[in-house]
Write a new protein. Sequence first.
Lengths: 577, 87
Amino acid sequence: MELKILTYIVVGITFALYIGIAIWARAGSTKEFYVAGGGVHPVANGMATAADWMSAASFISMAGLIAFMGYGGSVFLMGWTGGYVLLALLLAPYLRKFGKFTVPEFIGDRFYSKTARVVAVVCLIIASVTYVIGQMKGVGVAFSRFLEVDYDVGLYIGMVIVFFYAVIGGMKGITYTQIAQYCVLILAYTIPAIFISLNLTGNPIPQLGLGSTLVGTETYLLDRLDQVVTELGFSEYSTTERLSTLNMFVYTMSLMIGTAGLPHVIMRFFTVPKVSDARSSAGWALVFIAILYTTAPAVSAMARLNLHETIKPSDTNQELVYAERPQWFKNWETTGLLKVEDKNGDGRIRYVADKAENEMVKVDRDIMVLANPEIAKLPNWVIALVAAGGLAAALSTAAGLLLAIASAISHDLLKGVLRPNISEKNELLASRMSMAGAIVVAGYLGINPPGFAAGTVALAFGLAASSIFPVLMMGIFSKKINKEGAIAGMIAGITITLLYVFQHKGIMFIPGTSFLGDMGPNWFFGIEPNAFGAIGALVNFAVATVVSKMTPETPEEVQELVESVRVPAGAGAAQDH
Amino acid sequence: MASQNNDNSAYWQENLKLLAKLLVIWFVVSFGFGILLVDFFNQFQVGGYKLGFWFAQQGSIYVFVALIFYYAKRMGDLDKKHGVEEE
């Protein structure tokens, strides 16, 4: 009871803070709504970018995924950080120099075509909506567990808060709220990690603890973990690949170029004053992200070890008696994320790799972060803080994504194509209305989720990788790619990626509609659907190059535009037009 | 106008050279050490970490951060050298 009240208080305080900031910094003009007025300090933008981009998947799901994949989970760690190198070196400074409001706007101008702009909008919406589903699920999980309400009800509460928050804020409000959310989520993530590292290894720095020996022994933590899991028949932690070397390579590449191609992240770099700020701001963003991302693998390994130690403590080597299971175990059974079936009827819990014998019939990956403080017996305020952190991560990313979707609809479709003469006031209204629509769609898909949070998110990266990243990069680094090439490239890239995913996962993820069945042997070179974005990107590059060769050359004035985005001189603040 | 164009193309070429160098490092620490050559590097142990595993879950990320700041610094110098920095 005390924990519940504490959680309500902590979550309540953070929500009051966000809403307070959103009201204080509400957007009064389209420039404020889309790019926060264009005067955000690069370090502040770095912090906001970190919150914008570290989602419920990063906070709640990633450590759990790695906990069960071991080395194979490295694809997420490298993939979701390495993309910032591409963003900083290949895209952000040039797009900042271009100095407009949205990503499709650059594509429309660079490829001198409204069609290209509309195709970019469609790609953006597909990728961002897929991504937002993962956030909605994260909100539902966090609410249902910590505030003890149904998943569906939790999701509705989340929708209402996101609605209020994203609609008022605009980019200006979102920026300052995200900075607050970053502080909440990084504290919530690192504090339990420090305690757990201290408990297990005596080293308070999780990054070092992961490479240390266990308290009171000469055994390294990772060696002990390898030993425990292999004895139970699971694959070795520190070496087991994700399917194959090729699959890991392609998956990592997909996540990297997907990160660099995600419009809600790119947009954040339109808010800094100068081109040089865009470069350093990407560095700051990665510093703030790396704090969580280098902690996560420590949390993964330590949580996995703790879980096995709970069910079969190494000092007694006896399986846990079900009736004597700890309180956190019962709590998570109530939420349905943990499920035990006493198959051999001995009243003890048997947790092994062999499916016929295993009695832990459900261990949701998300538990590894959410239940971590309880498993490690940390004080209640830490548990309450983790709840607030998970919600901060989900809300900040949802807000960023909704802004990307809303601005694509109101600025690119409505003002850019359908109603060029729309007044600023009406454009602002339209943007807020399209946000509302996006929230409803995302909420519906969150209640019928196509997979666990990180799975959905990984797909969004594949879609951004195959459609948006290649066309932006070609637009900056090649003058030869023309309108026809860009349009054909984007369509080919996203189509082949979507087809590959639908073929294996079902059309729109409806089970039973996959036309070849989700079977490993049918995968192209053994590449899993979530990893296919890099292949889609290659197709995009190839199609765009070939089509550009066969069609009329890029006009002179567009070549001059490319010249001008390549040099910082002459950049102003993001301009209206 | 013509001379300014020449300046810009020299600037662009230097930028491309720098980019190529840094992207090679980006590729080698992650895809190289962390994935393709992981078994080789796992023969070496740093504390409790197998080295390949360390690159995949820790080291590559630290290098990524350093790469971006180094690029920002070098480009700042390059902007000044070619007189294309912002006012």
